[in-house]
Design a protein around this ligand. Structure first.
Ligand SMILES: [Zn+2]
Length: 424
């Protein structure tokens, strides 16, 4: 029986052995953790709850002491992925041959969890180059799974449809909002997309569901036009591990052989009552750059009940937001994804940018820059009322021509669109 179906006690016992191996390994091989652990008796760390005795690793640590995390000689590094650091400068993430194997295993298991099988044809609509880990991970995972990969990469609906009609994939791997562009294009040129053989899509980068797992606005808009199975997946370069949804679509399943999960409150204490908090991870089985108690900065809610698919593993709900992007607005606390979700509910909005600044009174001010087909005062009022009703905030709204807004959102040197600016 696979580890995901074991009892919680058996999984914990298994992780405790792996944790000891990891702690000894980093203490011997990483200059950073040698310093970090010099005053700790690692032999006193036995149960998973003992982890709380150890200090956190932060994104700032990873940025400031990047090369001190490396546990292997440089000639064992096969690939460098990058991830954006806190100050915007990229952080390098080294991977050995064994790490690429681990990532392939991780993604094969995750895709299996979402129902993809050996022999399935899968179209990869994410970037595989530019030092992105995700695209590479999907390729390695699909290869390990015995599936066929069509590497079209990101964007260009016409190219995507050419490949779909030629190779007949059953699944797509994509950012969910791009599916709307795919449907628009298909309708414009008369492609019978509903009967093209695609069963589902594995969606990355944007949430698909609300906290109760009901569809969010982007998902509802896709499903109202195209009957697809949409599976959410959440991962990051630092974690080198994914949390993928099964057919129950009740949050991403934890792979206990690859990562230890903690959820902490604002004071760094473990949350045990299931309320949302910051995700902290300890990677297992990583050779080049393992991380111990790494604070991801992502606010999530963990679900512990056994899933209808039979897996006993913890599930993570949609990311509520990034901790440092928290907005305090007249007694309300909110995160950009909740605002993205509201804006995604309006068909007329072609693109948007959220800007947070501090006003003269020292409180947070929200400005929405919107590109819409026909900017009217009525529409502006409609959006503002919607924000007031749903999120209890009243943003300043400014319409911009689409070309002007696109220049602010799609920066030439950035791999992802930037729809949030923090001026605080
Ligand atoms: Zn499940």
């Amino acid at each position: 029986m696979k580890v995901e179906f074991w009892s919680k006690e058996k999984i914990a016992a298994f992780q405790e052995i792996k944790l000891k191996e990891t702690l000894n390994y980093v203490n011997e091989n990483s200059a950073f953790y040698k310093r970090q652990f010099k005053d700790f008796d690692l032999n006193s760390i036995n149960a998973l709850t003992d982890l709380q005795k150890l200090p956190f690793t932060t994104k700032e640590d990873l940025q400031q002491y990047n090369s001190d995390f490396l546990c292997v000689p440089l000639n064992k590094v096969v690939d460098y992925a990058t991830t954006s650091g806190t100050s915007g400068t990229p952080v390098s993430f080294a991977l050995t041959d064994s790490d690429l194997e681990r990532i392939g295993y991780n993604e094969a298991e995750s895709l299996k969890c979402s129902g993809i099988e050996k022999g399935d044809v899968v179209q990869l609509m994410t970037t595989i180059d530019r030092q992105f880990m995700a695209g590479l991970a999907y390729f390695l995972g699909l290869r390990k799974l015995g599936a066929t990969v069509i590497r079209v990469g990101a964007g260009i609906p016409e190219l995507q449809w050419d490949a779909i009609l030629r190779y007949k994939p059953a699944y797509l791997i994509t950012v969910p909002s791009f599916l709307i562009k795919m449907i628009d294009y298909a309708e414009n040129v008369g492609i019978d997309y509903k009967n093209c053989g695609i069963k589902g899509a594995v969606c990355i980068g944007e949430p698909l569901r609300q906290q109760d797992f009901s569809p969010n606005n982007i998902t509802s808009r896709i499903l109202s036009r195209w009957d697809l199975k949409l599976y959410s997946t959440y991962a990051s370069t630092e974690m080198s591990t994914a949390f993928a949804e099964c057919s129950a679509m009740q949050g991403g399943h934890h792979l206990p052989e690859l990562i230890i999960v903690e959820i902490i409150d604002e004071n760094g204490n473990l949350i045990t009552d299931g309320s949302p908090g910051e995700l902290v991870v300890t990677t297992l089985g990583v050779e080049a750059m393992p991380l111990v108690r790494f604070k991801t900065g992502d606010i999530v809610q963990a679900h512990e009940e056994e899933c209808t698919c039979g897996r006993t593993t913890l599930r993570l709900g949609p990311v509520i937001g990034r901790k440092q992007q928290m907005i305090k607005y007249k007694g309300t606390t909110l995160y950009p994804p909740a605002m993205n979700n509201l804006l995604n509910g309006f068909d007329q909005i072609q693109n948007h940018l959220i800007e947070i600044s501090t006003n003269e009174l020292g409180t947070d001010e929200i400005t929405l820059y919107l590109a819409v087909q026909s900017p009217t005062d009525e529409f502006l009022t409609q959006i503002r009322d919607h924000f007031r009703a749903k999120l209890r905030v009243s943003p300043r709204i400014e319409f911009l021509p689409l070309e002007v807004l696109n220049e602010k959102v799609f920066l030439p040197k950035s791999r992802k669109p930037r729809q949030f600016i923090d001026l605080r």
